[in-house]
Write a protein that binds this ligand. Structure first.
Ligand SMILES: *Cc1c(COP(=O)(O)O)cnc(C)c1O
Length: 379
């Protein structure tokens, strides 16, 4: 089945009760039993819920995986992955990553004895310098947030296999429409479904997708035992979102390409970070592992000041100044003061997140209106 068909039908069957084409929102915490243990596969909604299961099957299908798990947020999904580890275990992570992930790793899990190394993975073989017998997990974001670096998933997966380490890829920015990390050898794909999968800025949710049954069982155990699940209503919304993922992504990519091109020719713009540009340092890797380049773009202005960047984002009218990304509407953010404020300035600047950096989530509005908006804000 092709991706566009999978997005609509993958892992889905009509509801067995009345044939409803969309799974009903099973807003129930518990299920009647005829005799103790005599139930229809559902006992308690932390463990299983039919609406959540329908979504989890869809998630597995679009990522070319076997097992899907949905959580109350992207961070809850990451939290479940790190709970596979024990004190003394080590994780090697990309250094340019979502601020909340960095905060979870350093401010929660370090105090439980898990050690994290944050390194640049543009040069994948460099990872081996940090591997020792305690290394249990490689954590990769690609494209990275907000610098849009591209990590070579195939090469990193080969290193993980060689050392028998798990590889998890945060696929939030790319979505499975653009890249399917399990096909390149990743063990776990993670999503903030809050972003493109939901796609309408109306729900917070996270997801994991895996192929290995043993790994899936351990994660299902953690999902149920720790309990960071999502509710049936939210499951329904994300399942609904997934059904238009391919058409939305196609437009995000078209608009992203047009905005990136416009910014590269603007006299006030210093640098544009978008993997579809031939000048992007990892453009060749992006071409080899992504089907297109998405709608996430970061750029810096020649006037390198906090005030200058803030003035630009405040002037935007069609782009809304807001955290988050991946919805139908265009958003603009200022990483240094918003999404990445939880990363210390010194750490932030090491990876290129300057005070003047602006991040755009290019939506699916008319491109003429988006360009005109940038034009009036950049004067
Ligand atoms: C938003 C985001 C997360 C965290 O997800 P939440 O749903 O906000 O908990 C993790 N990774 C990336 C790349 C994100 O953009």
């Amino acid at each position: 089945m092709k991706f566009n068909t999978k997005a609509i039908h993958g892992g889905q069957k009509h509801d067995p009760a009345y044939g409803a084409v969309m799974p009903p929102i099973y807003q129930t915490s518990t299920y009647a039993q005829t005799t103790p243990g005599g139930h229809k596969g559902y006992e308690y909604s932390r463990t299983h819920n039919p609406t959540r299961n329908a979504l989890e099957n869809a998630l597995a299908s679009i990522e070319n995986g076997t097992y899907g798990l949905a959580f109350g947020s992207g961070l809850a999904a990451i939290d479940a992955v790190i709970k596979l580890l024990k004190p003394g275990d080590e994780v090697i992570s990309t250094n340019d990553l979502y601020g909340g992930t960095y905060r979870l790793f350093t401010q929660i899990f370090e105090s439980f004895g898990v050690k994290f190394h944050f390194i640049g993975m543009n040069n994948a073989p460099n990872i081996e310098n940090y591997i020792n017998e305690n290394t249990k997990l490689l954590w990769v974001e690609t494209p990275t947030n907000p610098m849009m670096n591209i990590i070579d998933i195939k090469t990193v997966a080969a290193i993980a296999k060689k050392h028998q380490i798990l590889l998890a890829v945060d696929n939030t920015f790319a979505t499975p429409y653009l890249q399917q990390p399990l096909d390149f050898g990743a063990d776990i794909v993670m999503h903030s479904a809050t972003k493109y999968l939901g796609g309408h800025s109306d729900v917070v949710m996270g997801a994991l997708i895996v192929n290995d049954k043993g790994l899936a069982d351990r994660l299902y155990f953690i999902q149920n035992a720790s309990g960071a699940i999502c509710g049936p209503q939210d499951s329904f919304l994300v399942l609904r979102g997934i059904k238009t993922l391919h058409v939305r992504m196609q437009r995000h990519c078209e608009n992203g390409a047009a905005v990136a091109k416009y910014l590269t020719t603007h006299p006030k713009v210093e640098a544009v970070y978008w993997p579809g540009l031939e000048s992007h340092p990892n453009h060749e890797i992006a071409k080899s592992q992504m089907n297109d380049f998405g709608g996430m773009i970061s750029f810096s202005t020649k006037e390198d000041s906090l005030e200058g960047a803030i003035k630009v984002v405040e002037k935007l009218k069609v782009f809304t100044l807001a955290e988050s990304l991946g919805g139908v509407e265009s958003l603009a953010g200022h990483p240094a003061s918003m999404t990445h404020a939880s990363i210390p300035k010194k750490e932030r600047e090491k990876t290129g997140v300057k005070d003047s950096l602006i991040r755009l989530s290019v939506g699916i509005e008319a491109i003429e209106d988006l360009i005109a908006d940038l034009e009036q804000a950049l004067v």
